[in-house]
Design a protein around this ligand. Structure first.
Ligand code: C2E
Ligand code: MG
Ligand code: MG
Ligand code: MG
Length: 279
């Protein structure tokens, strides 16, 4: 097909592929510099408890600040880092930074604050992963339940059974586990049943459709039902307006995240934002 290089293929296809490969290689090299030169930033997006309107925690989202000042979103470099394996060098930076931030945010505040961190199954392949998490807890005086790990449903479905064992160990150590972008992958009920997780994050694409779109409404209600029966918590991502928020609250979703509540913000702004929210 068109995506395969071959004879008689229009020249621009292979030109695009060559361009894409070069871009990939350049990005990969630049990522090494980014880590060495401390160009990554961790931004925070609040998670709102829809039952009591309090901030229950936040999600840590990585950004790459180029020397030019430009801010690169993760969608433009995390996939490259994942396919090259460099993600296994980035994640330790993310974790070290996230644990430090979590400890600062818990300090003197309500002890319930949970900070969520995005990882990939490749990170879990490291046999030392859980030990590193434990060591970070000890270093920062943090209880493990202050940290939640987010893994996308698609990625979970693509990996072997060992991921399940690793998640099990994480949960036994007291950390929380969430399935991100839930509803977009193909996890069967049987698979879900054996997955050691605490939380389902309803994907933005369904939140986009409510209220009003019958399909999205059906999916969201099914996820809430499923979560309830499996004893899992629900989070809705990508809430952009008041109608969506009201719908999700009425439907019984526990937590909400989205631009309507707050956009992801630099760490330094978060404590001030939280104070303002609470007053
Ligand atoms: P995600 O974990 O599903 O994160 C949600 C994404 O939706 C974030 O994009 C967030 O900024 C965006 N978002 C939140 N609320 C709204 C909204 O109301 N409207 C819209 N349009 N967007 C909203 P971001 O920060 O660009 O991150 C994209 C993805 O990159 C994340 O999806 C996650 O899979 C990945 N990612 C981010 N940080 C990390 C990291 O530290 N490590 C790894 N491995 N992946 C990361
Ligand atoms: Mg996430
Ligand atoms: Mg998500
Ligand atoms: Mg999503």
């Amino acid at each position: 097909a068109a995506a395969q290089a071959g004879e008689g293929e229009p020249a621009f296809y292979s030109e695009n592929r060559r361009e894409a490969m070069l871009h990939h290689l350049r990005t990969e090299a630049a990522l090494h510099d980014a880590l060495a030169e401390d160009q990554f930033e961790l931004w925070l997006q609040p998670k709102l408890s829809l039952t009591d309107n309090r901030i229950a925690g936040a999600e840590a989202l990585i950004r790459w600040r180029l020397p030019s000042g430009e801010l690169v979103p993760p969608g433009r470099f995390i996939p490259v880092a994942e396919s090259s394996g460099f993600i296994r060098r980035i994640t330790p930076w993310v974790l070290a930074t996230a644990f430090r931030i979590a400890a600062e945010l818990r300090d003197g505040r309500e002890g319930r604050f949970v900070l969520a961190v995005n990882i990939t199954p490749a990170d879990l392949a490291d046999t030392d992963f859980v030990n590193q998490m434990r060591a970070l807890c000890a270093e920062h005086g943090l209880p493990p339940e202050a940290i939640e790990i987010e893994l996308t449903e698609t990625m979970l479905c693509e990996t072997g059974t060992d991921t399940i064992g690793r998640l099990q160990t994480l949960r036994e150590a007291g950390f929380r586990v969430a399935i991100d972008d839930f509803g977009t992958g193909y996890s069967s009920l049987g698979y879900l049943q054996q997955l050691p997780v605490d939380t389902l994050k309803i994907d933005k694409q369904f939140v986009d459709g409510v209220p009003g779109e019958a399909g999205s409404d059906t999916v969201i209600r099914a996820i809430i039902h499923l979560a309830h029966d499996f004893g899992l918590k629900t989070v809705a991502e990508g809430i952009e307006n008041e109608d969506q928020l009201a719908y999700l609250r009425d439907a019984g979703v526990a937590l909400g995240q989205g631009f309507h509540i707050a956009r992801p913000m630099p760490t330094g702004e978060f404590a001030g934002w939280l104070e303002q929210w609470n007053s």
